[in-house]
Write a protein that binds this ligand. Structure first.
Ligand code: F0G
Length: 383
């Protein structure tokens, strides 16, 4: 649809935008909330980046309709569920998947069942799932326990599993890589992501491989991911792929330990995961791209979150900030070379987790509602 006054087509979501690269029937109506098309913002206030001549961009996925990257996968997964005649969706979640599943199920007129770890999801995410009318089941266990349960339930009951083990989720999420290439006009040298269940790093790698694959490339590993989608285009979009860097919280870092963990713990509750479902795929992305995994402490995560909010005006949730924390450390250490172009995904909006934000910020000052009192505080605090 085109805007009559400007002639510019109205953006109607990523299925309409990338339908030729998504595994949906041609006539299927998209269940969409206008997701995708998020900004790629260059960071400009960090001296280290100037010193090293590194261009660091953040892909602000918190600006999706439910304020996280999950909407990219959910629009495709729920559209496909409707196409298949399903009437209910189910997921386990650390919060964002449940918020997104609840919203897209509401949009499609479906029932959503969501399993969340009791007391371990950020308040905004819980409010979203409840407000969209999902049946919220709190379990006395963590995300990994919930995941094991929903996989069994979806095997036996007529409900569609919309965690990232659902391949349509990854197909939707791969479009973030397409957008980055289009926004930059090229591939970045490095792409930094938080890693929890490991679906998103896998999805980005699929996207980058697809845009660097062309008919005739059948023997390359990029082709193994593009599943013939390259044949839709005469030429590859870009020649290269970035190195994929995956960052985990120290208390929840199975990729660093080299094995699954039973008791993950971190303030970044979105990535409080010990048994990532896309384990093999994430290792492949890391190996094939010549990237790496690394870990950061909760303190380092919060420092980066604050730096982005205060220094750049960009509010993301703690789990998202780990991508910037990791990139900055690797730039400082020279692992990311001077002159590189780096993209960090900010996976979720900071408003999701108001408790953590308020705890680490200066408390508001309370004064009488009088000019003198307010003026005095202003004068004392002028920068
Ligand atoms: N960042 C945020 C804000 C997330 O919510 C998640 C995952 C991740 C990063 C990690 O992405 O799992 O693809 O490696 N959240 C899931 C959820 C697990 O249930 O909302 P991943």
């Amino acid at each position: 649809m085109t805007n009559p006054s400007s002639g510019v087509p109205r953006y109607t979501g990523l299925i309409d935008r990338y339908r030729d690269r998504l595994p949906l029937q041609p006539g299927t109506r998209a269940v969409s909330l206008g997701e995708g098309d998020t900004p790629l913002i260059q960071l400009t206030d960090i001296p280290l980046l100037r010193d090293r001549e590194v261009l660091l961009y953040v892909k602000y996925e918190g600006l999706n309709p439910t304020a996280s990257f999950k909407d990219r996968g959910m629009t495709v997964a729920v559209t496909k569920a409707v196409e298949d005649g399903s009437r209910a969706v189910i997921c386990a979640s650390t919060g964002n998947t449940s918020a997104s599943a609840a919203a897209y199920a509401a949009r499609a007129g479906m029932t959503a069942f969501v399993l969340i770890p009791e007391g371990k999801i950020a308040l905004g995410k819980l409010a979203q799932a409840m407000m969209h009318g999902a049946l919220v089941i709190q379990i006395k266990g963590n995300f990994d326990a919930g995941m094991a349960l929903v996989k069994k339930i979806a095997d036996e009951a007529p409900v569609t599993l919309v965690n990232s083990v659902n391949p349509y989720r990854l197909q939707g999420q791969k479009t973030a890589a397409f957008e980055i290439i289009e926004q930059l006009g090229d591939v970045p040298d490095y792409h930094c992501l938080p890693v929890g269940n490991a679906g998103n790093i896998t999805a980005h790698w699929i996207g980058y491989c697809e845009y660097s694959c062309a008919p005739g490339d059948e023997t390359t590993d990029a082709c193994a991911y593009c599943q013939g989608n390259c044949a839709l285009l005469a030429d590859k979009v870009v020649a290269d792929r970035p190195k994929m860097l995956g960052y985990q919280a120290t208390g929840a870092a199975p990729f660093l330990r080299g094995e699954m963990l039973d008791h993950p713990e971190t303030i970044a509750t979105a990535i409080r995961i010990g048994r990532p479902q896309s384990w093999d795929q994430a290792w492949s992305a890391s190996r094939e791209s010549q990237g790496w995994f690394d870990e950061l402490t909760d303190d380092e995560i919060l420092v980066a979150q604050k730096l982005l909010a205060e220094g750049e005006g960009i509010f993301c949730e703690p789990a998202s900030a780990i991508s910037v924390a990791g990139a900055m450390r690797d730039i400082e250490r020279g692992k990311i070379e001077p002159g590189s172009r780096v993209v960090c995904t900010l996976t979720g909006h900071g408003l999701k987790d108001p408790d953590t934000a308020i705890q680490q910020s200066t408390a508001p000052i309370t004064v009488e509602a009088e000019m003198d009192a307010v003026n005095e505080v202003i004068l004392q605090n002028m920068k």
